[in-house]
Design a protein around this ligand. Sequence first.
Ligand SMILES: Cc1cc2nc3c(=O)[nH]c(=O)nc-3n(C[C@H](O)[C@H](O)[C@H](O)COP(=O)(O)O)c2cc1C
Length: 356
Amino acid sequence: MGKDKLFTQFNIKDFTLNNRIGVAPMTRMSAAKDSIPRQDVFDFLVHRAKNGASIIYTEAIVTDYESAQGYPGQSRILNQHQIDAWKPVVQEIQKEGSIAIMQMFHCGRMAWPEINPANRIIAPSSLTPEQENPLTEAPYPSPESMSQFDIEHVITGFVETAKGAVEAGFNGIEIHGAHGYLINQFLSSYSNNRTDTYGGSVENRCRFANEIIQAVKKVIPDNKLLMFRISNWGVADMEVSLFDTKDEYQEIIKRLSDEPIDVISVSTYEFNQKAFGTNKTMAQLTREVTELPIFICGSIFDRASADEALEDADIILSGKSLLLNPNWVEDIRSDKTLNRYQSEEANIAYTEKVLL
Ligand SMILES: Cc1cc2nc3c(=O)[nH]c(=O)nc-3n(C[C@H](O)[C@H](O)[C@H](O)COP(=O)(O)O)c2cc1C
């Protein structure tokens, strides 16, 4: 049962976490041309470690200067200045007894025109989301279908970013395979209609993710965590189920579990929503087919929802609650009555006003 589990330790590899609570990755769009986040964004991460979260994720870090960036002001860990900027942040998080995880991503077709220095927009197939970009309120641009060269180049970006994270001292690295971004676009037949070895069967659609995992694994020491985040929804065309059936989803989880990863992080909008027309949640369907630790996220906002979510997962991640309430960990420890935050309230993330 989830009850009483929340404030127990969790062992993962060489790490012992003090509780089961982590800060979900949150893009803050604060970086200037140097791709380094603003100081208050760094401070936010350190403060949440001080506030008691045992896992601190970075925002989604962009993996190259070519085509990976999806939002203005995103960050990179690809050069010495960027690595040096993250080092003290990572150290301060670790001083609090928490672990620091770098999440890395490529936006693929979820691109914002003209923010990538090379202004290329690439995806598994030349298909656009139906919905407009909610932030620009303009249609997404039409992507080029990726060549074999593009695929290898993008994988190199993930590898170089992972090396940057290792150099900066992060405890782990997460590959962002969720929310309709590039890796998720390969996994889902909604955005992948390729006829080569990267499209068609589930095995082929998993190939890109698997190649990234294998390539990244080679450059990170054994004591670092390697995680993979997945979701059945994307930030555009949100109502679309990105995987057709429970069986398809579970086959993907099984294939990922055969790869050298340490955690599957499942991102949902509502952790307790039933999935694929079954009477089971995403976490339960994931648990059925993997022995890996499971992180769960999605509308966990108070003690009761946290306890319930932990029944089928090992760690809960919070986005909006930990963004907007610095005392959230203590508030759920004391079972305080808490508000559930709306996405509009979280838009404060893109200003300097987030409470430390
Ligand atoms: C401001 C903001 C930025 C986000 N950026 C990312 C991101 O960079 N990477 C990611 O995987 N999820 C991102 N998310 C999604 C969160 O990690 C989380 O999955 C989502 O907010 C649902 O959790 P919650 O209900 O606890 O907020 C973001 C969410 C918010 C509110």
